[in-house]
Design a protein around this ligand. Structure first.
Ligand SMILES: Cc1cc2nc3c(=O)[nH]c(=O)nc-3n(C[C@H](O)[C@H](O)[C@H](O)COP(=O)(O)OP(=O)(O)OC[C@H]3O[C@@H](n4cnc5c(N)ncnc54)[C@H](O)[C@@H]3O)c2cc1C
Length: 451
């Protein structure tokens, strides 16, 4: 492609900024990143309190976050944040240690069976589900895989594998089908509590592409990375390094695609581009763009999670010693309850603690924001770590996804076939998965495939 073409990128989160980086690496200099808000980073949001940054959005990575590693290398920094350690409580606030056989002698047979099932899943993923862990979802519903290996070199791989069609099933059914129901006990921690929904509803493809075997084991063994100035600083540094910094406070009122050009009206001025990359929520693209029938049809199938994060301060005597997971509250029937609370700075009690709760569940009424907040505050009292003052709240548009029927009917292959059709390319979370690395990696592949 002509590297002098004018490219408009909507959104300066991980997907949009890394699209800029990968374009720049390929020699494109004529790109513009339009960001609606007054800062970059999207859901990587790290406000400052008392001289340090805490996390209202993304928190951690794993060593195999190769696209994030690309950003670190491009900008010349590394992950240098506090280590992540957690303990567990039951829903009544009692500390438990569910995976420690010494503390759960009666559970030993179960823990041994669980270990066997985890091993079995690892083997199944290598054999029966070969090709499951590529970034994005191309071909899965048709029993194919096609993409780049999740290795630093990202070799191109493709092949046929009928079994991959099973990944359209909700994860709980996928586990039943393979006789590995118990592994959900391990996967639920870094899945549901991170706001990615319940295993009865979410296609296995999302669960296993994000928590591929290597990543899941990294979570389990706490082989995790954080950034001292927060995940937002990753994207701030990238923005500062790019030739063209994101244009903040960009209010897009229309996108018109005609005569081989893309016309974007931003803050009242119409600008002409050759190509458009949309990393903002596709669900809302038709609200301001001349969306065609196929775009409207597919984007209307997208749903998202209502994932609330709250930062609070405590009295010194109420400060938690560490972060806590509450597994019982990760079960669907406990939606709206506190699932995790996170103490980021272990050497300082004058720092906020953050809470995480999901307040939606398909087929059930959405819990109003204030009711969920009241439940979480009550749960903190039950946990013996009551909040003294709430200092910040976010109800995120979180983890856009589709459900099993649409997945099995080939939603991804249909949308992938639309890439470039209207001089428009679709990226961001829905196209791969809602984490920093999968979205940045998808942008890498998009640039690799089409530019
Ligand atoms: C509480 C929480 C915890 C998380 N934990 C982790 C974690 O530990 N590890 C991890 O890897 N990921 C985590 N994530 C997920 C990660 O933050 C997201 O997957 C990632 O930020 C998605 O990148 P994105 O660029 O696709 O979308 P976003 O980050 O949502 O960025 C989209 C950008 O587009 C902008 N935008 C939207 N509409 C428009 C418009 N019309 N015009 C212009 N701009 C627009 C938005 O303002 C935003 O800046 C977490 C997220 C949250 C909220």
């Amino acid at each position: 492609m002509d590297t002098s073409m004018k490219i408009c990128i909507i959104g300066a989160g991980p997907a949009g900024l890394s699209a800029g980086m990968y374009l720049e690496k390929k020699g494109y200099r004529n790109y513009t990143i339009l960001e609606a808000r007054d800062h970059v980073g999207g859901k990587c949001s790290s406000p400052e309190y008392n001289g340090r940054r805490y996390e209202m959005g993304a928190i951690m990575g794993v060593p195999n976050y190769y696209a994030v590693n690309d950003v670190e290398e491009f900008c010349g920094f590394t992950h240098d944040g506090p280590s992540l350690i957690r303990k567990y409580k039951d829903m009544n606030g009692n500390e438990i240690d569910p995976f420690n056989p010494k503390k759960n002698v009666t559970r030993i047979p179960h823990l041994l069976a669980l270990k066997k099932q985890v091993k079995k899943l690892g083997e199944l993923l290598e054999t029966k589900y070969k090709g499951y862990d590529l970034n994005g979802h191309r071909g899965v519903a048709e029993g194919r895989y096609d993409g780049f290996a999740q290795t630093p070199a990202r070799e191109r791989v493709s092949g046929e594998n009928e079994n991959l069609k099973d990944l359209a099933l909700p994860f709980s059914r996928f586990c039943r089908l393979n006789g590995i129901e118990d592994v959900q006990e391990i996967w639920v921690g870094p899945y549901t509590s991170f706001g990615y929904g319940y295993f009865d509803d979410i296609p296995a493809a999302y669960v296993l592409k994000y928590l591929d075997f290597k990543t899941a084991m990294n979570f389990f063994k706490l082989n995790l990375t954080t950034w001292k100035d927060g995940t937002q600083s990753i994207w701030e540094r990238l923005d500062a390094k790019l030739t063209n910094h994101a244009r903040l406070n960009s209010h897009i009122t229309s996108v018109e695609r005609k005569d081989g050009k893309v016309y974007v009206t931003v803050n009242g001025e119409t600008e002409e581009y050759d190509r458009l990359i949309v990393t903002s929520p596709l669900q809302y693209f038709p609200d301001y763009a001349d969306a065609r029938d196929d775009e409207k049809e597919y984007f209307s199938k997208i749903d998202y999670e209502r994932y609330d994060v709250m930062a609070f301060l405590t009295k010194p005597e109420d400060h938690p010693d560490i972060s806590y997971y509450i597994f019982e509250n990760m079960q669907p029937e406990r939606y709206g309850h506190l699932m995790v609370y996170y103490r980021r700075w272990r050497d300082d009690i004058n720092q906020p603690i953050t809470t995480y709760a999901l307040r939606n569940r398909p087929g059930h009424p959405e819990i109003p924001y204030d009711n969920c907040k009241a439940t979480v505050l009550h749960d903190l009292e039950v946990m013996h770590n009551p909040a003294d003052e709430v200092i910040r709240e976010e109800d995120w548009y979180y983890f856009p996804h589709i459900y099993s029927d649409d997945y099995a009917a080939g939603w991804y292959d249909k949308v992938e076939a639309m890439q470039g059709k209207y001089n428009t390319y679709y990226a961001g979370e829905i196209m791969s998965f809602g984490d920093m690395d999968e979205t940045a990696e998808y942008s890498r592949e998009l640039v690799e495939r089409f530019f």
